[in-house]
Each structure stands twice: as structure tokens, then as C-alpha cells.
Design a protein around this ligand. Structure first.
Ligand SMILES: [Zn+2]
Length: 264
């Protein structure tokens, strides 16, 4: 299909956070969008719930060594994309659970960085369209991210000691961009940064064995998504708008000058 079926998505967060299960998920995921937004002036922060300590083939391997190597790989990739920083929550790879401790850790990250938008997986995907099971850690990280964004991060009475003792008052994330979704409705043009995504993926040498085949598949996917916009490369998301931002509201009100502004 080459018919342009939608408009490029032009909204951009001043600050955004990417929350994923493993090192490399963000680079297989929204790295093109992250790089494009950072190039345009946004600030991004990456949170990895695990350090990927089960991401190998050898049962005798030292998981602590693997975690260290994968954190190094992810930090290098994050520098390629341009994130301001990376947080590793050091949860167990393969055993990530969306429980209250994980939710609190994510709320701390969100309240500390105060992003306008969060990128995470689509927690409703168990089986990917076209086949393949969505890894249990991907599902847990996605659900935990959604639950941390709403209502916990914005509710002053959720983990109230964060406000009263840790200097982390409630924060409203206005948008969620769900990656690896079966229901995409938003396509972001990443033509200018598609190769940065490949360069970021190249950092994950411990995970990517037939690199050129993997990169060809990733490039192919971006090209396919780009066809939705009639551009060279795109990344697709399911967008959840929790709060319209003030600029958009003002635009709407200007365009509807004769009408009453919406009640706040
Ligand atoms: Zn993963």
C-alpha cells in the first residue's frame, strides 16, 4: 500500500520519557521519534525496568556480568539517540511484575523528570498482529507505565510521602504514545533519523547476532509505516491524549472565536 492515508503527526513534547522492560526495547521501539524530537529541541529520558540479565543463551553465564554489559550498551545507544539520561530500575529480567513497588519507582521517575508525554508498550497486546507473543516483561512494563501515568503520578494522595518527604509533587503526563501496538492511529515521520535508530541498535551487540538482517527488518518496518504518510520512514503509535495542552486549546478557541470557550 502506498496511498497516504493520514497526516504526519506534528505535536511534539517539550519533555518526554520512554519506559521499557529491557535494554534495547527503546531502540527497537521509538528511537527514531525520540531522536527526531530531541533534534527539534525536546528533552528525553529513558527508563529500563530491567537490565536484561536473562538475555542470553548460556545457563552458566553470570547474570550480573550480562546486566553490566547491557547497561553499557544501552547507555551508548542512549547517547546516539540523545537522551539526557537513563535510569535502570534493576528489576529481574523475565520476572517483571506490575506491582506497587514498580509503580512507585515509575511514579518517582515521572515526578522527577516531569515529562509531557510517555512512550511505552501497548499493555493490551498479548499476541502481536501477524503472530508472535509480546514478552511478559514488555506487557508488565507497559501496564506499569500506564498505571504510573494515570492516576498515580498525577494524584497527590498516591504515595503521598513522595510529595511531603521526597520533594516529588504530583505531575500530569498529558499524552501516552503506545508502541508495538495492534491498533496504530498515529504515524510520526522519522525519515531524518531512521539511520540514527540503526546506529543505536548497533550498540546492542550482545543481543543482535545477524545484525544486517535485523537492521534490514527494522528499516523495512519503518519504510512500511512511512507509506502510511507518504514519507520515507515512520514509526506508528496508538495515541492516548489525557489532557489537551494549553497551546492546542488556545488554537481551538481562536478558530472558534464566535463560540464559547470550553469550560476548564
Ligand atoms: Zn525486550
Amino acid at each position: 500500500m502506498t496511498d497516504a492515508k493520514t497526516e504526519p503527526h506534528s505535536w511534539r513534547a517539550g519533555r518526554f520519557m520512554v519506559i521499557v522492560g529491557h535494554p534495547d526495547d527503546a531502540d527497537f521501539g521509538p528511537a527514531g521519534t525520540a531522536a527526531a524530537w530531541i533534534d527539534a529541541g525536546s528533552e528525553g529520558w529513558l527508563v529500563c525496568c530491567t537490565s536484561g540479565d536473562a538475555g542470553g543463551e548460556d545457563p552458566n553465564a553470570d547474570p550480573t556480568e550480562l546486566a553490566r554489559a547491557r547497561e553499557d550498551e544501552q547507555r551508548r545507544a542512549a547517547r546516539v539517540v540523545g537522551y539526557k539520561g537513563v535510569t535502570f530500575l534493576h528489576q529481574p529480567d523475565g520476572n517483571l511484575v506490575n506491582d506497587l513497588p514498580l509503580r512507585e519507582m515509575l511514579v518517582r521517575e515521572i515526578r522527577a523528570f516531569r515529562p509531557d508525554a510517555v512512550f511505552c508498550g501497548d499493555p493490551e497486546v498479548v499476541i502481536h498482529r501477524g503472530g508472535g507473543i509480546n514478552h511478559t516483561d514488555h506487557r508488565a512494563a507497559a501496564m506499569a507505565a500506564v498505571d504510573a501515568v494515570y492516576p498515580a503520578a498525577r494524584n497527590p494522595m498516591a504515595f503521598p510521602y513522595l510529595s511531603t518527604r521526597a520533594g516529588l509533587p504530583a505531575h500530569r503526563v498529558r499524552r501516552l504514545y503506545l508502541m508495538w501496538t495492534n491498533e496504530p492511529d498515529t504515524w510520526i515521520d522519522v525519515t531524518a533519523t531512521a539511520e540514527r535508530k540503526i546506529e543505536a541498535l548497533r550498540c546492542h551487540a550482545s543481543q543482535i547476532h545477524d545484525a544486517e538482517a535485523v537492521f534490514a527488518r527494522v528499516r523495512g518496518r519503518m519504510t512500511e509505516q512511512g507509506a502510511a504518510l507518504g514519507v520515507g520512514a515512520a514509526e506508528a503509535y496508538r495515541l492516548v491524549v489525557l489532557d489537551q495542552d494549553p497551546v492546542e486549546s488556545a488554537d481551538v478557541e481562536e478558530g472558534l472565536a464566535a463560540e464559547q470557550p470550553k469550560a476548564r
